[in-house]
Design a protein around this ligand. Structure first.
Ligand SMILES: Cc1cc2nc3c(=O)[nH]c(=O)nc-3n(C[C@H](O)[C@H](O)[C@H](O)COP(=O)(O)OP(=O)(O)OC[C@H]3O[C@@H](n4cnc5c(N)ncnc54)[C@H](O)[C@@H]3O)c2cc1C
Length: 396
């Protein structure tokens, strides 16, 4: 384990870079790493980005994201958008409600999104090295150097780093060098299926079936012909059997599976470390920047990564720069703690509430900006705080 110089308890600002000409080293060229690298390069900071896979790198994955993605990126991800969903149909055991979205959700193909981001990062001046795996972080005078290994060789390259951005996902190798405990995580398993002819490709579906999973099943249409159907589960071994059973019940035949671990955000996670005077900042899945209500990490990861880039560029406090996304993540964490205790009856009540004025608010405000409307929802619908009180009371 790396012996770490204790950082200032309050982390007032990032430290003065040991060598301002040294690059920021970013580990991981997926969504979070690429957008952070681009932002740093746009601030005239040299950036060296290492990705262990060869291009196109990450595996294909169908994502459903809110239109907040385009606003967070600062440009349109249209080229990676394969479909748009104008309605979310939510199902409980005995009730169903449709939420018509004022701005449609985007169905994005992750490989295409990453390709777009990589091209933009390189245009901004980021030096991107594929096939290079992070191996170690070592003290180097009063700074730190990052050791990377060219895949398939034993050769280590050492780069003196002005700062390090760890964007290497849920099982971050950078975190392991600090002996950090693994982040809590859930399994996401999704199958690609043919969309039944009777299904509207503009309608996404979510099923809350707490006897199967405290999370949910979903269907995201990728086009008029195919869809991704998935489950989030805390018990990885059972996810496949449950999903196959669910698919059979809905007469859907899988032709491909996609699966991975997704970290769960928790308040007070440690996302900043320091080696000598070199700051190490964790972003995206490596920092658990995932909304735990929907287990979506794309938009919050982008917002977290940009906050880290701002903190490095301006030498400010990462916590301060990421306060907006952290407030949002904390709210989702509180809601998830309640939802984990829901039974069928509570989901039925929730969906009934969504059929009224609360549903109208959800049609206008997306789930990446829930904080803006949350208190209004409680104010206009007293059944929501009563529902929460009921669940908490029952658990005690
Ligand atoms: C099946 C599935 C469906 C999902 N659906 C949605 C969805 O609908 N909406 C949504 O918002 N989110 C969804 N997510 C979550 C979302 O994909 C992640 O939150 C997001 O991709 C995280 O991006 P990231 O850049 O932080 O990390 P990652 O995408 O995990 O990238 C980490 C990168 O680091 C690289 N790396 C790892 N170790 C090293 C090393 N030692 N050296 C160098 N490089 C390294 C990896 O190769 C990878 O490129 C889904 C996830 C899964 C698994």
């Amino acid at each position: 384990m790396l012996s770490e110089r204790p950082a200032h308890p309050a982390h007032p600002r990032l430290s003065r870079p040991p060598d301002p000409r040294a690059p920021v080293v970013v580990v991981g060229a997926s969504v979070a790493g690429l957008i952070a690298a681009q932002r740093l390069a746009e601030s005239d900071i040299p950036v060296q980005l290492y990705e262990r896979t060869e291009p196109p790198g990450v595996r294909a994955r169908t994502l459903i994201v809110t239109p907040e993605l385009n606003r967070a990126l600062g440009f349109s991800a249209e080229a990676a958008t394969v479909n748009k969903v104008h309605t979310l149909q939510l199902y409980g055991r005995h009730r169903s409600v449709a939420i018509s979205l004022r701005e449609p959700d985007l169905i994005v193909e992750r490989t295409a999104l990453i390709g777009m981001l990589a091209a933009r990062a390189e245009r901004a001046g980021v030096r991107l090295a594929y096939g290079h795996e992070f191996a170690a972080l070592e003290p180097d005078g009063d700074a730190a150097s990052v050791a990377v290994r060219r895949r398939g060789t034993d050769c280590l390259e050492r780069i003196s780093a002005r700062a390090v951005l760890a964007a290497d996902g849920v099982r971050s190798h950078v975190a392991r060098t600090f002996d950090a405990p693994p982040l809590p995580a859930v399994t996401v398993l999704q199958a690609r299926v043919e969309l039944p002819r009777t299904s509207d490709p503009g309608v996404g579906k979510v099923w809350f079936l707490p006897s199967d999973t405290p999370y949910f099943y979903w269907l995201c249409p990728e086009s008029a012909r195919t869809a991704a159907v998935g489950i989030v589960d805390v018990k990885p071994r059972q996810a496949r059997a449950k999903l196959d059973h669910f698919l059979a019940r809905h007469a859907l035949a899988p032709f491909e599976y996609q699966s991975a671990l997704i970290p769960l955000y928790a308040p007070n996670m440690r996302v900043t470390r320091r080696v000598g005077r070199t700051d190490v900042l964790f972003v995206g899945d490596a920092a658990g920047q995932v909304k735990v209500t929907t287990v979506g990490g794309t938009v919050s990861g982008v917002r977290g990564a940009q906050a880290a880039a701002r903190a490095i560029a301006k030498r400010t406090n990462y916590g301060w720069e990421s306060r907006a996304v952290n407030r949002e993540l904390r709210l989702h964490w509180h809601i998830r703690n309640l939802m984990n205790r829901f039974r069928d009856r509570e989901y039925d009540v929730l969906l009934q509430v969504f059929a009224g004025r609360v549903g109208r608010l959800l049609e206008i405000h997306n789930r990446d900006r829930l904080e803006r409307v949350f208190w209004s929802m409680l104010a206009i619908q007293p059944r929501l705080p009563l529902l929460a009180a009921d669940v908490l009371w029952r658990v005690r």
